[in-house]
Design a protein around this ligand. Structure first.
Ligand code: PLP
Length: 451
């Protein structure tokens, strides 16, 4: 560690340190930050001062190549010019919050619909959590049924409706492959009782689960590419099989594309796999860092909201400031997808190949899995060929080793999340030269911690 510590850039302002700022934060903000994943007991302190392109700087003036990109929204990097300009124009000349419908909001919705044609009608919300909770309510209201099927390792926000213990230890997972959800937090009540959690990427288990609950299920909800339990692609024909099973039983299929929307393809996983869900939720990339989500479905389903039978609201829903960001971000994707996605795929391929080559050469068991610019590096205890579901990741991966590696990388000026369930999120701001720097530092960190 001392060898690595000696390569740390020198703090420039001497006054503030990440650690002292966090200690100050803890006196006013419960746990030191308003989102739990940002300050965990095993995090090295990092208080961000600013970001630019593919880089962030901390309170001590240290520069990091950022592979976390705010957990995914920053598809164009930090502070992309066209988004900053659009927001600045809006807040300077129009206002951030007008309390009326706005044309910028209408244009943003039209763009989102062009990207995701399955969303015939949509509503904007302020977060993925809100949009997922509203979608669940909508599914229950539309079908008149209560039960929801979700999947191990998948996360749909922290609402009362769907916050399960999505990273449960193996000992708590049912042998038969599905069971009533374990609530994700103390204090949760009510609607989680109607959630069943099932193994993912396994049609046989889902079929059994659906058969046992025939006539009671409103919706099957999933991340079409698992992102919250590490990146795992759906097996060949899995999504098609789920689509068949849900149609056959008249159950709604909901894709939570909070991560995958506008990331793995302009129109998300539903475009990549050419498969339409009944209800979709999109969020992170459409806002490029501004707080937004959208949920939508075909007209017949969304009619429940149009008629007022299902309530959805929000003082800040579709506020003009955020709509300016969404309009700019989605328009850019619509106009430049032919350059954006090849770039994202190329730099991620370079990252994946480089990580694999280094670890292979050093004899460290691992697996790199990615779907487009959504990548997981898994450090495994033994060599494994494939990880197909959450249980595989839990069983095979060495979480302690990953934390050591992450600490070494952070000290060397590269940030990704220390929990290996969290993917890396390359952006259009990352160049091949940046990936080269990441890989160079990765080799140093891997030699220091894994060999
Ligand atoms: N769904 C998925 C797939 C997510 O990854 C997240 C957050 O990371 C959410 C829902 C919740 O979104 P938010 O944190 O904006 O409430």
């Amino acid at each position: 560690m001392t060898e690595l510590a000696s390569t740390m850039p020198i703090a420039t302002n001497g006054q503030k340190s990440n650690a002292s700022l966090l200690a100050r934060a803890k006196k006013v903000v419960a746990g030191g930050d308003s989102s739990t994943m940002r300050v965990l007991p095993y995090h090295l302190p990092l208080v961000a001062e600013r970001g630019d392109g593919a880089r962030v700087w901390d309170a001590e003036g240290r520069e990091y190549l950022d592979m976390n990109m705010a957990y995914g929204p920053l598809i164009y990097g930090h502070r992309p010019r066209m988004v900053v300009d659009a927001v600045t124009r809006q807040i300077t000349h129009g206002g951030s919050q007008l309390g009326f419908p706005t044309e910028i909001g209408i244009r943003a919705a039209e763009n989102v619909q062009r990207l995701f044609p399955s969303m015939e009608l949509m509503r904007f919300a302020n977060s993925g959590t809100e949009a997922c909770a509203s979608s669940v309510r909508l599914a229950r209201a539309f079908t008149g049924r209560r039960k929801i099927i979700m999947f191990e390792g998948h996360y749909h926000g922290w609402s009362e409706a769907v916050f399960t213990k999505y990273h449960a230890p193996l000992s708590e997972l049912p042998e038969r492959g599905y069971a009533p959800a374990i609530p994700g937090t103390l204090g949760i009540a009510g609607s989680i009782d109607d959630v069943i959690v099932c193994r993912w990427n396994n049609l046989e288990v889902l079929e059994r689960c659906m058969a046992e609950h025939r006539g009671q299920i409103a919706a099957v909800i999933m991340e079409p590419i698992m992102g919250n339990g590490g990146v795992i692609a759906p097996a060949d024909d899995y999504l098609r099989g789920v689509r068949y099973l849900t149609l056959e039983s008249d159950v709604l299929l909901m894709f939570d594309e909070v991560i995958t929307g506008m990331r793995v393809a302009p129109g998300g996983a539903q475009e990549l796999y050419q498969l339409s869900p009944d209800i979709s939720v999109v969020s992170k990339c459409i806002g490029s860092g501004y707080p937004v989500a959208a949920f939508g479905a075909r007209r017949e389903i969304m009619e429940r909201i149009v008629s007022g039978a299902v309530f959805h609201g929000g003082v800040y829903s579709a506020n003009a400031c955020v709509m300016a960001a969404v309009e700019a971000s989605t328009r850019y994707a619509l106009e430049h997808h032919e350059t954006i996605y090849p770039h994202l795929n190329r730099v991620t391929d370079e990252l994946a190949a480089g990580l694999h080559e280094i670890l292979e050469r050093l004899g460290v068991p691992h697996l790199v899995q990615h779907v487009g610019p959504l990548l997981s590096l898994f450090l495994t205890r033994e060599p494994v060929e494939k990880l197909s579901e959450y249980r595989d990741v839990r069983r095979a991966c060495d979480f302690e080793k990953f934390i050591e590696l992450q600490h070494a990388m952070q000290r060397l000026g590269v940030y990704f999340h220390p929990n290996q369930f969290e993917p890396m999120f390359p952006s259009t701001a990352h160049t091949s030269a940046d990936i080269g720097i990441v890989l160079e530092r990765f080799e140093t960190a891997a030699r220091a911690t894994l060999v």
